[in-house]
Structures are given as structure tokens and as C-alpha cells.
Design a protein around this ligand. Structure first.
Ligand SMILES: [Zn+2]
Length: 170
């Protein structure tokens, strides 16, 4: 396994919609294994394929985060089948490092997709994990979490991102 480079939001690949995956081959399995390693290395909760430059309709999430353990799963061609409730909570993104904002999400979601073995899987999630699923679904649509905010707040976060990047160079 190897650690992949996570693209930041300035890379146009982050605006690409995930292309449906219709074949699970060795290359795809290797990609998801590398995405697991990359997520763990970055201490993230999940990663969409376009974040590592591959515009496939899949993401990985760590279902173990809340328990302080790791349980990474892959969801291919995922679809949210139900959403309920509302929750405001802080959110960040590995493609927008060190920038966080409060985003409104559904409290409860049901999601289905295909796992890396080709089986149809279905998950119910609440709170943090429901948020992670919605966040990754945004990526597969070519969206970012700050697209859920107004322009004023988004521009503020963009400035914050640029300031942080400058601090790193300095
Ligand atoms: Zn993200």
C-alpha cells in the first residue's frame, strides 16, 4: 500500500463528478487500499476518489472513528436512500486543511452502495457518521462542504485557507 497525494480544493479534479464504476478489478482494489492508508495517515474520517485525483464514483470512510478504532469501508456508486432530522456541527475536509466551519446536515441517513467485493451493502448512520457520508457524497457530486454555506462565509474560509498556506511557506 502507498500513501497518495491529497489534492486541495484549488485542483479542478475536486469539481469533477464521480464516474460510475462498473468493474471491480485489481487496480480498483489497490486504489481503495491506498485510500485507506492515505486516510489513516491524514487522520481523516473519509476520502473520496477525486480527492486523490481519480474521478471515480466511490469513497472510503472509517466507521470506527467514534469508537477510537479503525474500520475502513469502501462504498462504490453510493446513493443516500433516506435522510432525517437536522444537526449543526463543525466540519472540515482533507482537501481544505486547517479550515473548519459549522455546516447543517441531516442527523440520520441511510445509504446503499457496492462494497469492494461487489456486494450490495446498506448502512444506517447518525450524527458524526451520517455527516461523514453526506460530506463524501458532496465530493462525488463535485461539491465541497463550504458550498453548503453562503458566499460571505465561504469567502472568509477561502481567505483563512490562503493565510494558513502562506504561514506554511514562511
Ligand atoms: Zn472532504
Amino acid at each position: 500500500m502507498s500513501i497518495l497525494t491529497i489534492k486541495n480544493w484549488l485542483d479542478p479534479v475536486l469539481r469533477k463528478k464521480g464516474e460510475p464504476v462498473d468493474n471491480i478489478d485489481e487496480i480498483l482494489v489497490k486504489l481503495t487500499e491506498d485510500m485507506y492508508e492515505t486516510t489513516l495517515d491524514a487522520r481523516g474520517a473519509g476520502l473520496a476518489a477525486n480527492q486523490v485525483g481519480v474521478p471515480h464514483n466511490l469513497f472510503v470512510v472509517d466507521m470506527g472513528v467514534e469508537k477510537g478504532e479503525h474500520n475502513l469501508i469502501t462504498l462504490i456508486n453510493p446513493v443516500i436512500t433516506a435522510m432525517e432530522g437536522e444537526e449543526l456541527s463543525e466540519e472540515g475536509c482533507l482537501s481544505i486543511p486547517e479550515v473548519y466551519a459549522t455546516v447543517k446536515r441531516a442527523l440520520h441517513v441511510e445509504i446503499k452502495g457496492i462494497d469492494i467485493k461487489g456486494n450490495e451493502v446498506r448502512y444506517e448512520a447518525e450524527g458524526f457518521m451520517a455527516r461523514a457520508f453526506q460530506h463524501e457524497m458532496d465530493h462525488l457530486k463535485g461539491n465541497l462542504f463550504w458550498d453548503n454555506l453562503g458566499k460571505v462565509r465561504r469567502d472568509l474560509l477561502k481567505r483563512k485557507f490562503k493565510k494558513k498556506q502562506k504561514e506554511k511557506v514562511a
